[in-house]
Ligand binder design. Structure first.
Ligand code: TYD
Ligand code: MG
Length: 453
């Protein structure tokens, strides 16, 4: 029988019956690969099925076996350790430290579990050099340099590892498919073979995925749907801090983050990120305010900086790093309307220190205060921290987890805590030197800023 073919975009997975120069879905150029469709499979005759639905009440509770990776920051993001038989996609830009992190956890995992590290990118020599530098030990640690998916699976069948690390999924390909290495088909099929192996043998797998310029995982987006957890490894080249966050996790929360610092001996965990971030804070400058967000199970204190300068453009510039751009525009509009501050004459640059992303409403008050401080040149003293949600009328609304936030602020030595009035209750206990300042509207914060000296 004549086999039919179709064309699949290797960037986004869009399909077409004829070859296209540019993908109509993701607008990439020359990304269509030809793949075969097996007509015989479609025309299979009468089939019988043995899979039946079960009563919910009769289902057994699963017990997940978890293994500690030796890095608490990573365990936290995974939901309390690596689950047996789970497939985790670790993605990030080249050079961010994915291989370093995975090699480091091999050391701890290798003490109790059989670990296979498969590299399609580096030679054994290079890997050995890195392992030396990272002081990796472990008696049950194996290394394979291979790019053929079927060879990797065959080796797994023989070695029976408990943990498999694939660095990276884009380097794997199988002769069973005609498309080139790194194409949608190859990446998807390689991942599928590995996932099937993992589920059948209860082995945990880490897949390293490269991120393209736009931030998407290059090759098929479909990978994200196939795996149990998707972790993003982020950070800036210019500073040594690295943050891991879960974008998806079938075995835990997705709010958790793990913080690391890249040094000459690999990644070091930062269990108290607030302290590290606040240590670099400038003192006595306008446009700076401390804020606190809850990331999963822990509060993180960060510094918000707002630079407000007279604009030289017909329309003022607005940029924000670490905070939602639309939310910043909304806060600026509230401050213009409710406090008469003339932001429209000024460019505004907002930055959150330490690469932390403030994505909960409680950050509003600290951002607004940094903006007010920036435009009025008033200084917020370094013993002050603020959190609260701001409404369109300029009202300050109550926020959740108030006791966690206050506790962390007190631990870091803040003595003036500006918070929503509704959150100040008798149940909130603080040492006598700490002042709780309840505010119900944004203009009430002005007396707590001082004229620049
Ligand atoms: P790597 O783990 O190779 O990144 P990825 O796998 O995400 O592409 O990390 C590479 C960078 O990390 C490289 O620029 C060197 C740096 N690095 C250190 O600073 N210290 C170290 O101990 C190691 C192993 C790497
Ligand atoms: Mg690498």
């Amino acid at each position: 029988m004549k086999s039919k073919t179709m064309f699949v975009c290797r960037e986004c997975g869009a399909t077409s019956i004829k070859w296209l120069g540019r993908c109509p879905e993701c607008q990439s150029w020359s990304t269509f690969d030809e793949v075969e469709i097996n007509e015989n499979e479609k025309k299979s005759q009468k089939r019988t099925f043995s899979n039946h639905a079960e009563k919910f009440s009769e289902l057994k509770m699963p017990t997940y076996m978890r293994t500690c990776t030796g890095m608490q920051e990573l365990d936290r993001v995974l939901g309390g350790g690596l689950v047996d038989g789970s497939v985790v996609l670790l993605s990030g830009e080249p050079g961010i430290g994915k291989s370093t992190l995975l090699m480091q956890i091999c050391s701890e995992l290798g003490k109790t579990r059989k670990v296979l590290y498969v590299s399609g990118e580096e030679s054994k020599g290079q890997l050995k050099l890195r392992a030396e530098r990272l002081e990796i030990t472990g008696d049950t640690l194996y290394l394979l340099t291979e790019t053929d998916t079927d060879a990797v699976i065959a080796e797994c069948e023989e070695l029976k590892p408990d943990v498999i690390i694939i660095d990276s999924i884009q380097t794997l390909s199988s002769e069973r498919f005609t498309s080139v290495q790194g194409s949608v088909t190859q990446v998807r099929e390689s991942a599928l073979s590995l996932i099937n192996y993992a589920k059948k043998n209860s082995a945990a797998i880490f897949l390293v995925g490269h991120v393209n310029k736009e931030g998407g995982i290059s090759g098929p987006k479909i990978l994200e749907h196939m795996v149990d957890a998707v972790l993003y490894f982020e950070g800036e080249r210019t500073n040594s801090y690295r943050i891991i966050r879960a974008i998806k996790n079938r075995f835990g929360s997705t709010n958790e983050i793990g913080v690391f610092e890249m040094g000459d001996k690999g990644l070091k965990e930062i269990p108290n990120p607030s302290e590290v971030i606040m240590a670099e804070r400038p003192i006595n400058t306008s446009g700076s305010c401390a804020g606190c967000v809850i990331q999963g199970s822990r509060p993180i204190i960060s510094e918000i900086q707002a630079l407000v300068t007279k604009t030289a453009y017909p329309s003022a510039k607005r940029t924000s790093d670490g905070f939602d751009h639309n939310r910043m525009s909304l806060l600026i509009a509230v401050l213009e309307k409710r406090m008469g501050l003339k932001f429209y004459e000024n460019d505004v640059y907002v930055n959150v220190a330490g690469g932390i992303r403030l994505d909960e409403p409680s950050a509003d008050l600290s951002i607004a205060m940094a903006l007010i401080s920036g435009i009025t040149d008033r200084v917020i003293s370094d013993d002050t921290i603020a959190f609260g949600e701001i409404g369109l009328s300029g009202e300050v609304r109550a926020v959740s987890h108030i006791d966690y936030r206050v506790k962390e602020a007190v631990r870091l030595g803040f003595t003036r805590i500006i918070l929503p009035k509704k959150n100040v209750t008798g149940a909130l206990k603080v040492p006598s030197k700490v002042q709780l300042i309840g505010v119900s509207n944004i203009y009430e914060v002005l007396p707590h800023m001082t004229k620049k000296v």
